[in-house]
Design a protein around this ligand. Structure first.
Ligand SMILES: Nc1nc2c(ncn2[C@@H]2O[C@H](COP(=O)(O)OP(=O)(O)OP(=O)(O)O)[C@@H](O)[C@H]2O)c(=O)[nH]1
Ligand SMILES: [Mg+2]
Length: 694
């Protein structure tokens, strides 16, 4: 592939609801521009983007894939993202490299939760966008209805650039609102010009009028001309609308079919004509020289020294390790020596690539703004900046949403633990929304992801790629045990069997320490050497050993103060061992007397949903023993509900929230404190533990 100049590159993320037709669209764009000789199909598992075995098996995208296509003078790097919410981390990665976006909508399903999410993402990152209504070959697809839905949500900015032509109820072509020309699709992505049919006129006029108004608003001269009844040339219209689209004040809507390759070239034209090259006026990309803390506008300036941003890492035992980069300034040559300031490593390259799906294509160089890949940078991770040692640069890392769905995991085969943890380590390098946590206190390893499907896919990938099996199970809630009352106990441990005996005798007080953060505090006020000083550590060790597993249900004990105040010893038989055992028994006996309780973790939860759902969410939180503390309106018609809720109650909340809001809600929580669990919960926890021990 030839080396493209910055101005001739478009980096376009393909966004939209799960299953709306993104990958099929990308496949069509690749086929129409000659990347492939045969169009791949999801059903046949042979698309360029969905090359991963799991994607083929499940028939949906899991990873963001880069598919560069060339058309006339331009190269478009398409970033095909997964639509399912569980893989949203991949969308963040794609948007870290994109300068524009195509939001795909299924013409039959209309605007869905994923469409709105995609829009919110573009707003968040300031990315100019176009809508593509696909699936128009379906007889139930309704383009104008989709346009209406979009207008209702986003107002006047929504501007159809194309209108569909139907003949005999079949979608056969489009009318271009900008050029006022018609196209008839003839198959294989081709088309021929045709006249504008009469039945489109009704929709065409208001759409054209709205576009002309938008054009007029771009300058005073145009405004005057518009009011004087003057016309604009096609070039004038395109130039004016380009500014609008880049600002986001005009969002084009077009239509077609991915599988039939209808409307594909029109979409490619729109990408190159209206979506920006990496050099965008209103978005600056700032890098910092870490030596001086001085900030620079790197802005894809080819005259500046080389810098690049790692937006994604692929770690795959079959494909290898690739760091996907976007060159932010200068240019990258295949023999460059690059420097990673974050990791303080310098590496001499021998090859650079561009990736197309899983295929790596070697390149001699990459210009600023282009997307490429470097193999085997073992010290470099997603979010790092690459630069030159003489001109180090650091660009802020992008953030991904934190995962809140978690399960306990275990290696299926004992002895595979190391293999599992190494494999997970590799998967976490690829996937920033996957995390593991070793919960030592509760003897469990936890796997965190964005939802159940994410965890399920992770299990399959471990098996397919790393040949290790893990089993997921419901995590143990980190309950704790404590006491509420002060008690005194005396415990004598005495054994006289043959030779050397055992003798340890302690009198101890146990009471709440008031500090639920610490397991125990130990004190002594022994008088007259009733227990010799050298046995105090053994007594404390006895307590320390006991707090790991509480007497009620085996959960860690917190908040106990243990005071040794009396006892006795035997000059020959006493030993550290004996005092330790006595202290352990004292602890156990005292605990059950001291009004023991089970504490449960409470988290502060924040749920953000469109206003219409707040009632349902609050009702559900009440059922889950949540205490709603506040409701804060956020911008754009959403409300944040803040509540305290027991951690045990929000197990599975991601699925719950999705079904209540159709995927329009989001949530986050953080640990707040421990509170005494209600009696029925305590009983259940104790019963569960007894069952588990049987
Ligand atoms: N009839 C028709 N079917 C389509 C069209 N586009 C996609 N499909 C079908 O819709 C299904 C989903 O298509 P994909 O391309 O995988 O959708 P996606 O948006 O990439 O899905 P995710 O990656 O999972 O979000 C597949 O069965 C496609 O064959 C279209 O234009 N017309
Ligand atoms: Mg897909």
């Amino acid at each position: 592939m030839k080396v493209y100049k910055t101005q001739d590159i478009r980096n376009v993320a393909i966004l939209g609801h799960g299953g709306c037709g993104k990958t099929s669209l990308v496949e069509a764009m690749a086929h129409v521009t000659g990347v492939t000789t045969r169009q791949g199909r999801i059903e046949d598992g042979n698309t360029i983007s969905d090359y991963d075995k799991e994607e083929i098996r499940r028939k949906f995208s899991i990873n963001t894939s880069v598919v560069p296509i060339e058309w006339k003078f331009w190269k478009i790097n398409l970033l095909d993202t997964p639509g399912y919410l569980d893989f949203v981390g991949e969308v963040d990665e794609a948007l870290a490299a994109a300068d524009g976006a195509i939001i795909v909508i299924n013409g039959k399903a209309g605007v869905e939760a994923g469409t709105e999410k995609a829009w919110e993402y573009c707003e968040k990152y300031g990315i100019p966008r176009v809508f593509f209504v696909t699936n128009m070959d379906d007889e139930h697809a309704d383009y104008m209805k989709v346009v209406e839905q979009l207008r209702e949500l986003y107002g006047k900015r929504i501007a159809p650039f194309h209108l569909p032509i139907r003949e005999d109820h079949k979608f056969t072509g489009v009318v271009n609102v900008v050029t006022l020309k018609g196209r008839r699709f003839t198959g294989d992505g081709k088309w021929e010009e045709r006249e504008v049919p009469d039945d489109v006129q009704g929709d065409l006029e208001p759409c054209r009028e709205a576009l002309m108004e938008a054009v007029a608003e771009t300058s005073e001269e145009y405004m005057e001309r518009y009011f004087d009844g003057g016309e604009f040339t096609v070039d004038e219209i395109i130039d004016a609308l380009r500014v609008n689209v880049n600002e986001g004040s005009v969002v084009p809507v077009q239509c077609g079919s991915g599988t039939l390759e209808y409307g594909i070239e029109g979409l490619i034209e729109t990408c190159v004509e209206f979506l920006p090259s990496p050099i965008r006026d209103h978005i600056k990309i700032i890098g910092k020289d870490p030596r001086t803390d001085k900030e620079h506008n790197v802005d894809y300036d080819s005259r500046r020294p080389f810098s690049a941003y790692v937006f994604k890492t692929i770690v795959d035992p079959f494909i290898g390790r690739y760091s996907l980069i976007k060159v932010c300034s200068g240019e990258l040559k295949s023999d460059a020596v690059i420097y990673n300031y974050d990791k303080d490593t310098e590496e001499k390259l021998s090859r650079i690539y561009i990736l197309r799906g899983k295929e790596a294509i070697e390149m001699p160089e990459l210009k600023a703004g282009d997307i490429g890949a470097i193999a085997k940078l073992s010290n470099t991770s997603t979010g790092d900046t690459l630069s030159l040692k003489a001109d180090p640069l650091v660009i802020d890392k992008f953030e991904v949403e934190a995962p809140y769905t978690y399960m306990r995991y275990e290696a299926i085969n004992k002895g595979d633990e190391d293999k599992v943890s190494q494999a997970l380590q590799k998967m976490m390098e690829e996937d920033l929304t996957l995390r593991v946590f070793n919960d030592k206190e509760n003897h469990q390893a936890l796997l965190y992801g964005m939802g159940d499907q994410h965890l399920d896919v992770t299990v399959s990938m471990l098996e397919a790629k790393y040949k290790v099996g893990i089993k997921l199970s419901k995590p143990r809630v980190p309950y704790r045990e404590t006491i509420r009352k002060k008690v005194t106990v005396r415990e004598k441990y005495k054994k006289q069997s043959g030779g050397h005996g055992q003798y340890g005798d302690v009198a101890m007080e146990f009471e709440p320490s008031g500090d639920l953060e610490t397991p125990y505090v130990f004190a002594e006020r022994v008088v007259g050497g009733a227990v010799p000083k050298n046995y105090f550590p053994a007594v404390e060790k006895g307590i320390q050993d006991s707090v790991g597993r509480g007497p009620m249900a085996g959960y860690p004990v917190v908040g106990v103060k243990a005071t040794l105040f009396d006892g006795s010893y035997h000059p020959v038989d006493s030993s550290e061992m004996a005092f330790k055992t006595a202290a352990r028994q004292a602890f156990k006996n005292a605990f059950v007397e001291a009004n023991p309780v089970i504490l449960e973790p409470i988290v502060s939860l924040s749920v953000v949903v469109p206003d219409g759902y707040t009632g349902d969410i609050m009702g559900d939180l009440n059922k889950k023993r949540g205490r709603v503390l506040g409701m804060n309106p956020t911008d754009k018609g959403k409300t944040e509900i803040v509540a305290d809720i027991p951690l045990s109650e929000i197990y599975g909340y991601s699925t719950n929230l999705r079904s209540m809001t159709g995927g329009r809600g989001s949530y986050a929580y953080s640990f707040s404190r421990y509170e005494q669990a209600p009696a029925d919960v305590q009983e259940r926890v104790i019963a569960d533990n007894e069952k588990a021990e049987q």
